[in-house]
Design a protein around this ligand. Structure first.
Ligand SMILES: C[S@@+](CC[C@H](N)C(=O)[O-])C[C@H]1O[C@@H](n2cnc3c(N)ncnc32)[C@H](O)[C@@H]1O
Length: 242
């Protein structure tokens, strides 16, 4: 993987790196998420499930990875049909095994797809989610436009992304934790320090919550709302497609 700063990578270099990283860390991905976030990632996804309208019957979980959000949605919406989509097949193989072991295979389909060119009809879903995926996609505007396209008018689009808390002390601690502890922890457990160097860089390189709200607005979402979670370490954004 390139050792130059993330900002200098071309979109194609970044896409190649993202595919390599998620193909490499798949077996350790869930465990490291739990350890690194102190299990907050589970609570953040649960909150995203609560923001999905109760009458949603067809729900897309984009950049579904190992399926944690798709599974949480299926558990919260027993009558809904869920589609998980991701461009790293190896991550979705883990998702399928987990889905099977929770007896949810009849509720969730996993589909190989690039977030910027979704293989779905316009207006096919009642809601679409993406958790910790958007920052890995160089063309975020295209991904949000696709999410908007595939939900029906009135449908909701939800994103979850990590960011930096506003509180200066927390912010400095989080920076130190991200830049020093995460590569060590991630390297020890997954064997890939590079992958866990990319994680802090990708968070630092991502939009601020206000910038992401602006992007939602430029895509044409209405009733945009934001929710800071765990001192603003993660933000949920939602918007309604019209
Ligand atoms: C940090 S993981 C998040 C997985 C899952 N949503 C979660 O909550 O744990 C990011 C996922 O985004 C996927 N991804 C990144 N860029 C993508 C793209 N352009 N199209 C589809 N999936 C993408 C990666 O393959 C990876 O599985």
């Amino acid at each position: 993987m390139k050792s130059t700063p993330l900002k200098t990578w071309t979109p194609d270099e970044r896409i190649t790196a993202v595919k390599t990283i998620f193909n490499t860390i798949t077996p350790h991905y869930d465990l490291l998420n739990r350890i690194m976030s102190g299990r907050r990632d589970v609570a953040w996804r649960k909150f995203a499930v609560k923001r999905i309208p109760l009458n949603a019957n067809k729900i897309l979980d984009l950049a579904t990875g190992t399926g944690d959000l798709a599974i949480a949605i299926a558990e919260g919406f027993p009558n809904a049909r869920i589609t998980g989509a991701d461009f790293v097949e190896k991550m979705m193989r883990v998702a399928r095994v987990k889905t099977e072991s929770r007896h949810l295979s009849d509720k969730i389909d996993y589909v190989a797809a690039d977030a910027t060119k979704l293989p779905f009809e316009s207006g096919e879903f009642d809601a679409a989610t993406i958790a910790f995926g958007l920052r890995n996609i160089p063309d975020r505007l295209a991904a949000l436009q696709e999410m908007r396209r595939v939900v029906k008018p009135g449908g909701k689009v939800i994103t979850l992304e990590m960011t930096f808390p506003r509180n200066l002390r927390l912010r400095n601690f989080f920076k130190w934790y991200l830049n020093h502890m995460i590569p060590i922890l991630g390297g020890m457990i997954s064997g890939s320090r590079d992958a866990y160097r990319y994680l802090p860089d990708s968070i630092q390189d991502f939009l601020t919550p206000d910038q992401l709200s602006d992007l939602f607005e430029s895509v044409g979402f209405k009733s945009i709302k934001t929710f800071p979670l765990t001192f603003g370490l993660t933000y949920l954004h939602e918007g309604i497609a019209e």
